[in-house]
Every structure is written in structure tokens, then in C-alpha cells.
Design a protein around this ligand. Structure first.
Ligand SMILES: Nc1nc(=O)n([C@H]2C[C@H](O)[C@@H](COP(=O)(O)O)O2)cc1CO
Ligand SMILES: [Zn+2]
Length: 161
């Protein structure tokens, strides 16, 4: 008899976004994103991190003080990394991301042809950046849906096997 209680597609792809987020060096926010084609294939995956060649140990990870001494000008967001890592036409694809996209990522999402965003945390949703994202998504016909925070990665150990 087949197993019944398997992950849904949404849980599966958001789960992959979570797995990717575990690679992030950001001490405060680990964000993951996963892009899926219309025929349910994973075509891009990413997390928030520094651009190639920018040393994780040299660039800042803090949030306070002078802007240039914070992480903000340097970190590539998970959504943008997933788009840049994909190397394929993303028309009609869906993007799973653990936090609602900022306005800069929203622009890249729209321009790449992605048509659906599935997000988990709405930390950004009501901020100006999230409002700008929604304004652009609405105009461009990109839909966005919130998933309940139900996907938690469980690493198997000898104890819980
Ligand atoms: N949608 C997003 N995707 C992302 O990858 N990020 C990244 C950029 C930073 O590395 C971190 C935000 O840090 P903080 O402001 O929550 O300490 O998450 C941020 C957002 C929006 O908040
Ligand atoms: Zn962003």
C-alpha cells in the first residue's frame, strides 16, 4: 500500500527553500527561495548571501552604524540569487520564498516572467517595500499567496530514527 501522508507540492518546494536558507551566513535572517516551472520542475534555488568574490569574513554582517558598514548594500537577496542561478527562461514559473519579496526583488521577479509568488513570512508585507512590491505585482499580474508556516526541516539523528 502506498504512503498517504506525503508532503504537498507547496510543502515540498517551500521545504527546498528552507534547505537552501540553511546555507546563509546572515546571523539574523536566513531566507531561501526556490523557482518551479509549470511542469513542477525545480529550475532555480538560492539564499541570501554575498556576491561571488566578496569574502564572508571580510564584509560586514551587522545592521547598525554607517550604511556602508552594514550588510544591506552587499547581500544578494534569496529571490534574486534564485533567478540568477537558474539560467533558463522563467516565463510562467512560480517562486517559493520564505519572506515576502522586497521591491527590488519584485522588479526582478516581474522582469524574469515569474507569474506566482508563494511566501511564508509577511514581515515585509505591510512595510513600504512590501507595499511597493504589491503595487508592482498587481499591475504586472503576478499573484502572491501566503503559505502557513508548516514546513520545518527535520534532520534525522540516531535518536529520532
Ligand atoms: N525577501 C527577502 N529576501 C532576502 O534574502 N532578504 C535578506 C537580506 C538580508 O540578508 C536579510 C534581511 O535582514 P534583516 O533586515 O531581517 O536583519 O534577508 C531579505 C528579504 C526581505 O526582507
Ligand atoms: Zn529583495
Amino acid at each position: 500500500m502506498k504512503r498517504e501522508n506525503v508532503l504537498t507540492w507547496d510543502e515540498y518546494f517551500m521545504g527546498l527553500a528552507h534547505l537552501s536558507a540553511l546555507r546563509s551566513k546572515d546571523p539574523v535572517a536566513q531566507i531561501g527561495a526556490c523557482i518551479v516551472s509549470k511542469d513542477m520542475k525545480v529550475v532555480g534555488i538560492g539564499y541570501n548571501g554575498l556576491p561571488k568574490g566578496c569574502d564572508d569574513d571580510t564584509f560586514p554582517w551587522g545592521k547598525g552604524g554607517d550604511y556602508l558598514d552594514t550588510k544591506f548594500p552587499y547581500v544578494v537577496h534569496a529571490e534574486l540569487n534564485a533567478i540568477l542561478n537558474s539560467g533558463t527562461d522563467l516565463s510562467g514559473c512560480s517562486l517559493y520564498v520564505s519572506r515576502f519579496p522586497c521591491n527590488e526583488c519584485a522588479k526582478a521577479i516581474i522582469q524574469s516572467g515569474i507569474k506566482r509568488v508563494i511566501y511564508e513570512s509577511d514581515k515585509n508585507f505591510y512595510k513600504d517595500t512590501g507595499l511597493a512590491s504589491r503595487k508592482m505585482f498587481d499591475a504586472a499580474g503576478v499573484t502572491y499567496d501566503k503559505l502557513p508556516y508548516c514546513v520545518k526541516l527535520q534532520v534525522e539523528t540516531e535518536d529520532n530514527n
